[in-house]
Ligand binder design. Structure first.
Ligand SMILES: N=c1c2ncn([C@@H]3O[C@H](COP(=O)(O)OP(=O)(O)OP(=O)(O)O)[C@@H](O)[C@H]3O)c2ncn1[C@@H]1O[C@H](COP(=O)(O)O)[C@@H](O)[C@H]1O
Length: 97
């Protein structure tokens, strides 16, 4: 699967979980957490730290896993902040030269 497709698919699932909460869903747990967006922001910080540690330790497979965690939790935080992920793609696109 191409990178843009997987990102779009994950965003669709996040949007769906926001409308249709599911009891055993991690995504739902973060989106409906009692700490609100703070839980989501905590996770972004935590996953970024884990990514940095993996890079510093040169753990190739961990780097990949932690990068995926950062991207996923960043998307959850965007949803929580009511920003559509497309706005980020548009921003990146506008920077191309
Ligand atoms: N991409 C992901 C994804 N990446 C990471 N994670 C979860 O993120 C969590 C991060 O790991 P941690 O060890 O920090 O988790 P934790 O200790 O349980 O979390 P906290 O108590 O600290 O909040 C793990 O529980 C992972 O399962 C993800 N969970 C879901 N997805 C996607 O979201 C979709 C919907 O899944 P549900 O969340 O099950 O609805 C899935 O099909 C996937 O595509």
């Amino acid at each position: 699967m191409k990178k843009a497709e997987i990102l779009d698919e994950i965003w669709e699932v996040i949007e769906d979980r926001a409308i249709n909460p599911s009891e055993d869903s991690y995504t739902t747990r973060i989106l409906t957490h009692r700490k609100g967006i703070d839980k989501s922001l905590e996770k972004v910080g935590e996953e970024c730290s884990e990514f940095i540690i993996a890079v510093k330790n040169g753990e190739k497979s961990r780097i990949t896993e932690e990068a995926a965690d950062v991207i996923f939790h960043l998307m959850l935080a965007l949803k929580r902040a009511d920003i559509h992920v497309q706005a980020v793609w548009d921003e990146l696109n506008s920077r191309r030269h």
